[in-house]
Design a protein around this ligand. Sequence first.
Ligand code: BGC
Length: 357
Amino acid sequence: MNVNRRHLLAGTAGAAAVALTASACASEDGGDSAKTIGVAMPTKTSERWIFDGDNLKKAFEDEGYKVTLQYANDVPDDQVAQLETMVSQNVAALVVAAIDNKSLNGPLAQAKEADIPVIAYDRLILDTPNVDYYASFDNIQVGTLQGEYIVTALDLENQAGPFNIELFAGALTDNNTPYFFNGAWAVLEPYIAEGKLVVKSGEVELEQIATENWDGAIAQDRMDNLLSTHYKGEQVHAVLAPYDGISRGIVSSLESNNYTTLPVVTGQDAEIESLKYIIAGRQTSTVFKDTRDLATTAVEMVVALLDGKKPEVNDEETYDNGDHVIPAFLLTPVSVDVDNYQEVVVDSGYVDAADLQ
Ligand code: BGC
C-alpha cells in the first residue's frame, strides 16, 4: 500500500480519502497495495480473544486486506499505544475490543482526524464520538441465560429452598459487565426477594462482586473469603459466574474447601478447559458465543464502510456510549451444558472433539 499517498489524502481531503476505497488497489510502483486493517484485542490469557484475533485476521485476509493484529495483555496504556501506532501507520479501519472502555479517547480522536472508521468489537467504547459501529452479542441475553440456568438447575419453580447463592461479575472497566449482570439479576432477583435464594454474604452490588481484569485467581480468592466468612457449616448451592476463567477459579476454591458435591456454576465463552470441566461435572454451564460469526460481522461492517456503503445493523437503541447511540449488530448467545455441548460447539466445528479428551 502506498502509505504516504493515502496518509496525505486522508490528511488533506478528509472523507474523500475514505471514499477512495477498494480492498486492494494497484499502487503507483505496481507493488502489493492491499490496505491494512488494525485489530486491537485485549489479552491472550483468555482463549476466546485468541480465536477472535485469528478469525478476524483470516476473514480480512480472505477479503484481500492485510491485518496488523495486536494484543495488550490487559494493560490499557499498552492498548492506547498500539492504537496510536496503528493510526500513525494509517490503517484503513480499526477494530477494537477495549480493555478499559473509557481510556481510548485519545487514539480514537486521532483516528477520526485521519478518517479511519472505528468498529467497537464485542465491548462498547464509551464517552467518545469517535466510534462508528458496534459488533457484539446480545449481552443482556448472556446474563439472562446464566440466571435462567440457575433457576432451572435448582428447580426454583418447584423447590421450596432456600438455596444459597453467591454472585460474581466481570471487570468494571468492561462495558459488558453491567449488561451481563443486569440480565442475570432480572431473572434471579425475584427469587432473592421471595427468600428462595439467599446471598449469605449480602454482596449484590456490582462494585462488590466485580472481578478486576476478569481474573480467575482474583475470583478464587474472593470465593475463598466468602466460604471462610459466610459458609462455616453451610453449603453454597449456586454461583453466578460471568466468564469461564472466573468459573474455574471458583471451582478451584470450592474443591480446595472440600466440596465434593459442587454447586451450580455458570460461565461464558465455551472455553476448552471449561468444556472439560462441564463434561467432568465440575462446572455446570457456559454461554457459547460463536466468535466466527462475530468476526464475520465486524469484517462485513468494515468492508461496507470502506466501500462507501452503510453496514447492516439490527439494533439502534440499546447501546448508548454516553455520546450517542452506536448502531449495532448483535448476535445470539446460546446456553451450553453437558447435554448439548456436542451439538452446539463440537458438531458446529467450533471445538475439536480431540481437544476435549
Ligand atoms: C466478553 C466475554 C468475555 C469477557 C472476559 C467480555 O467483554 O464479552 O465473552 O468472557 O470479556 O474476557
